[in-house]
Design a protein around this ligand. Structure first.
Ligand code: ADP
Length: 264
């Protein structure tokens, strides 16, 4: 029989620079298949972490990027009409629960409330997933694990009735040395350039809360490094990867440009 999770298997080890003992803490949760909440700002490495851990655990990673249009049906599945007959097609959550994958719901808080409620039965000891529309209840595979991510700085909050069902791991931006290492590995820049970008990132993070919602993420710094590698000047790369995406306000734009000019 073909592997229903084949498309979700990771071919090679995703590079992940640990920030502390998070890999050990993940393994403890994994060994009991406890549902896990990864909390931290966008672009700080949560997705890369779970990709790396899924690879280490030898499990496929079924990822869903949640948004305001994500419904319970998108996660659970739907009936399809095929050659005049109807056929049930598992959604990503049902697929992972049935066949034993790690299901990662990225930015769970963005999904509609009925979606969030749909995952509740998988988070208690019964580990079940009712598929009302298919008149079926899936008992989760022993290798199924549910992981969700959440950015506490965002506009929406996760309800206590949901968050209390998870064990949590907090993520922040990597420390300077680790972040420079990531920029060298992912962006292909040398140590001097990586350190200058990291210093700029830190300057922008100090502006967070002073008009700017969040400073430059590690993801943004990686992109700046990648543009630099393509031959762009440091200034242009930072405008494209950091300044333009971070703000629409002229005053904040000036403050960010001043930070860029002070860095290069
Ligand atoms: P999040 O899921 O928190 O929004 P990601 O995991 O997608 O963020 O990280 C964004 C990018 O930043 C990754 O694609 C990777 O290039 C880089 N990155 C961030 N943290 C790390 C890390 N600890 N190790 C390796 N790469 C990282």
């Amino acid at each position: 029989m073909s592997d229903p999770l084949a498309a979700w298997r990771l071919g090679s080890e995703p590079y992940y620079q640990p920030q502390g003992d998070e890999c050990d803490r993940f393994e403890a949760a994994w060994s009991r298949r406890l549902p896990l909440l990864l909390k931290g700002p966008t672009g700080c490495g949560k997705t890369r972490f779970i990709e790396h851990m899924a690879w280490r655990m030898g499990r496929p990673l079924v990822t869903v990027a949640c948004n305001e249009d994500t419904t319970a049906g998108d996660l659970l599945g739907r009936w399809l009409l095929e050659d005049g007959a109807t056929r049930w097609q598992d959604g990503p959550l049902a697929l992972a629960a049935r066949h034993g994958g790690i299901c990662y719901l990225d930015e769970i808080v963005e999904a509609r409330p009925d979606t969030v409620v749909a995952i509740h039965p998988l988070t208690d000891t019964r580990r079940m997933l009712p598929l009302d529309r298919a008149s079926e209840v899936i008992r989760a595979h022993p290798d199924f694990m549910l992981v969700v991510s959440y950015n506490p700085g965002g506009s929406r909050e996760l309800k206590p009735s949901t968050r209390q069902r998870f064990c949590g791991m907090r993520f922040g931006y990597p420390d300077a040395e680790d972040e420079a290492e990531i920029l060298m590995r992912e962006g292909g820049v040398d140590v001097e350039m990586a350190s200058a970008l990291v210093a700029l990132g830190r300057r922008t993070r100090r502006l967070a809360g002073h008009g700017l919602e969040e400073g430059a993420s590690t993801r943004m710094l990686v992109r700046a490094a990648q543009l630099l590698r393509q031959g762009m000047s440091a200034r242009d790369a930072c405008i494209a990867a950091l300044v333009v995406p971070l703000t629409d306000e002229a005053a904040l734009c000036d403050a960010l440009m001043a930070a860029v000019d002070a860095s290069f």
